[in-house]
Design a protein around this ligand. Structure first.
Ligand SMILES: *[C@@H]1O[C@H](CO)[C@@H](O)[C@H](O)[C@H]1NC(C)=O
Length: 161
């Protein structure tokens, strides 16, 4: 019963995340909206309060180097050279999600060597970077991601992780 409730909370949270990112999803982007929503859920509880700390910013907890490798996207007409360009972009769900898509287009790879590139790989790259994604992930991050992806599989949403 408690597990059921937890599952619902997770599904609800992830759906909120999905609503945020679904609109910006396009065909040529490697990461599905379910996967983006679950990374968001796992890494920050998809907390949209403006945040910078410990070298990361935003609801996806993106570093400056990640943002830079992701194409230095900016909000509106802001210059990438602007001091706030990074924090402003990665605190915006759309700009952050597009940064992730660019980053994964560049660094997408089979981190866990299971023969395919899926959300588990993208989540590892997101957390560990493009050059160390075979490493260990924090237990909390891994289990939140897993339960989020599981709840979507149970809902039979027509897009796999
Ligand atoms: C969201 O993040 C802000 C800033 O870090 C924090 O103060 C707040 O408690 C968080 N909200 C939730 C629901 O975790």
């Amino acid at each position: 019963m408690a597990a059921n409730k937890l599952c619902c909370t997770l599904v609800f949270g992830a759906l909120l995340c999905l609503g945020l990112v679904a609109l910006i999803q396009a065909q040529d982007k490697p990461v599905t909206d379910v996967c983006l929503g679950c990374i968001c859920e796992a890494i920050s509880g998809c907390n949209q309060t403006r945040f910078c700390g410990g070298g990361v910013c935003g609801l996806f907890r993106i570093t400056w180097a990640y943002w830079s490798d992701g194409g230095k996207l900016t909000l509106g007409n802001e210059s990438p050279q602007s001091e706030d360009a990074y924090a402003n972009c990665v605190n915006d769900p759309y700009c952050a999600a597009n940064t992730i898509q660019n980053y994964m287009t560049k660094f997408g790879q089979d981190c866990n060597k299971d023969g395919g590139i899926d959300c588990y790989d993208y989540a590892a790259i997101h957390k560990l970077g493009g050059y160390g994604c075979g490493g260990e992930l924090a237990y909390q991050y891994q289990t939140s991601l897993q339960s989020c992806l599981n709840s979507f599989q149970q809902l039979d949403v027509r897009s796999g992780p």
